[in-house]
Design a protein around this ligand. Sequence first.
Ligand code: ADP
Length: 409
Amino acid sequence: MKAVVSLNSGSSSIKFALFTVDEQGLPTLSAGGKIEKIGIAPHLEARSADGVALLERDWADGAALTHADLLRDLFAWASDHLDDHEVIAVGHRVVHGGTEFAAPRLVDAALIDKLDALCPLAPLHQPHNLAAIRAIAELRPDLPQVACFDTAFHHDMPAVASRFALPRTFHEQGIRRYGFHGLSYEYIARRLAEIDPVLASGRVIAAHLGNGASLCAMRAGKSVDTTMGFTTLDGLMMGSRSGSLDPGVVLHLQMQLGMSAAEVEELLYKKSGLLGVSGLSSDMRTLSQSGAPEAEEAIELFCWRAAREAGGLIASLGGLDAIVFTAGIGENHADVRSRICRRLAWLGVEIDELANAGDGPRITVPDSPVAALVIPTDEERMIALHALDAAKRITGTVMPVGGAQHLLA
Ligand code: ADP
């Protein structure tokens, strides 16, 4: 029996998911969890697929433990937990694939060098993604590893969507729109194709609304435009990120107010968005329960910005057939969905409030000219599917009938 592991490694945390592979070659979630507070006092927790706690572990004096040390412990626990299942591949979320990578890649020394060279484009994430890849290469040198890029889904966007209005030399240096949340959008595109193939073949906006938030315009399941750009700071208002703002503001902060580049970075990534506008919290649920006028103002701005950015993407798409909500806020927050849909009512988005309060997927009235749906995303499963796909290619195993297109349900 086989298993695959999906890893999402950040600066102070590693999220993981273990999937067993059934007879049809489909991944089934066996356990998932995270290691947090790496570099301070690491804490590991794991849960079964139905949410039962399997493990909690603290390293109170573990400030010196590296990603590699903790991954060694995690793998030891995982092989116990997986019992007689053999781990055949590890898939990693890698934030940046640059201009080269349009699909997941099997890791080798040359790929690691190329991904290393992309660190300046995503200094907050890429080095930590690579740390996990290097740690596993050392721990299990024979285990195939697959890098799955957040940018890859947007790789083939039309040229006009990827160029900033800067002198050409900057574009050639790689200063352009890449887009992110690609694993989530890839999963949504495939799920929508299973749920409603006709809509999936049309013009769709997927709204990934979590702590990080973005929109993706998809035509026939392919990205044609997206709100995040050169970095994950662009586009929508987010939990603690500003999203798009007049670049003149950045100049003013530095040149008139004397803020350093590091202070501006901290302000735009960590202190803005819902947190900055409300002055209370970056968490949408907390704000909805607050009742404070500043919380309401932050929620309203979030929804207005989402609708306004959607307007831009609708122009890129030349119209709209469906909007799909996903991620923490998109999947769970009926009021935010309703506010965004109502702002798009002029387009023909006719929300059905009863359905919106229910279990979905469809939340518009049956004859709404534009459909709205809620589809839970699953980036870990998407990574596992890519890892499994690569493992099958390496071993020459024939894909089961239907192949990767039908692995999601
Ligand atoms: P991340 O980008 O960190 O993965 P998530 O996708 O988990 O973020 O989304 C986190 C956001 O989702 C938070 O603003 C949180 O308040 C919101 N959220 C999560 N669950 C609910 C819920 N049941 N109702 C309303 N909002 C929720």
